[in-house]
Design a binder for this molecule. Structure first.
Ligand SMILES: *Cc1c(COP(=O)(O)O)cnc(C)c1O
Length: 236
């Protein structure tokens, strides 16, 4: 692995690469936000990132996220980027500011019921399994429209866009087609009016290895972990 700088240096470097990728594809760099993926990273690392001005964090595991949200308090923005079991929807509704992994009706129902009690509206992204891999979470592209339709019955869920995690590849160029597929699907569903009037469509796609390609294909959220924080400590 290449030598890493400090968290602050890494964040600066990734921001510069985000800007460059946006500019070369004729996009406003401010239209792309960095979600710092802090799963399996200790609080200290998150504090360092906060010190460098990073406010948006992505977490995969509910218990871990709960601890971190409690410890670091308000003011940060927490995105759920991991698979959510329906029986954990209540806690997820309480602690997160955005659910990026909404992929089925049952989960939507669980979130809605708790959000209604809390009087809280939750921005959500629909996770789409563009690679069609059997074992991966996400609604299939063919079923996305149906789920969009079903989500309209939930007043506390605000569908803002789509998220995907394509099959793992060595060369980021191989992800391009999947990112493009998500954008085209999203545009089609936006035209049908499923995203409502909540600002431009969000597309969460791209990770440490391929976020620049994702930005060229329209990503508005990139989820970067390893390139900011180094390898994850699996024991945390
Ligand atoms: C872990 C994870 C990431 C970050 O991956 P890196 O390769 O470390 O940047 C992004 N998205 C999801 C859904 C993840 O689980």
């Amino acid at each position: 692995m290449r030598q890493m700088g400090t968290v602050a240096e890494n964040i600066e470097a990734i921001r510069a690469r985000i800007r460059a990728a946006a500019e070369r594809s004729g996009r406003d760099p401010r239209s792309v936000r960095l979600v710092a993926v802090s799963k399996h990273q200790p609080l200290e690392v998150i504090r360092e990132a906060m010190g460098a001005g990073q406010m948006v964090f992505g977490e995969n595991y509910l218990q871990e996220a709960e601890t971190k949200v409690a410890a670091l308090g308000q003011g940060l923005v927490w995105h759920c980027i991991g698979h959510l079991q329906s029986n954990k929807a209540r806690i997820a509704a309480e602690i997160f500011d955005c659910i990026e992994t909404l992929d089925r009706l049952k989960l939507a129902k669980g979130l809605e019921s708790r959000l209604a009690e809390l009087g809280k509206t939750m921005p959500v992204l629909m996770q789409v399994n563009v690679g069609g891999e059997g074992q991966k979470a996400g609604v299939s592209p063919e079923k996305a429209e149906q789920l969009c339709r079903e989500l309209q019955q939930f007043p506390h869920l605000r569908l803002q866009g789509f998220m995907t995690m394509p099959p793992f590849v060595e060369n980021p160029e191989e992800s391009r087609g999947y990112f493009r597929q998500l954008r085209l699907l999203g545009e089609e569903l936006a035209v049908q009016g499923f995203l409502g009037q909540h600002g431009p469509m969000e597309l969460s796609m791209g990770m440490s290895g391929d976020f620049e390609v994702a930005i060229e294909e329209g990503a508005t959220l990139v989820r970067v972990g390893t390139a900011l924080f180094g390898e994850r400590d699996q024991a945390v």
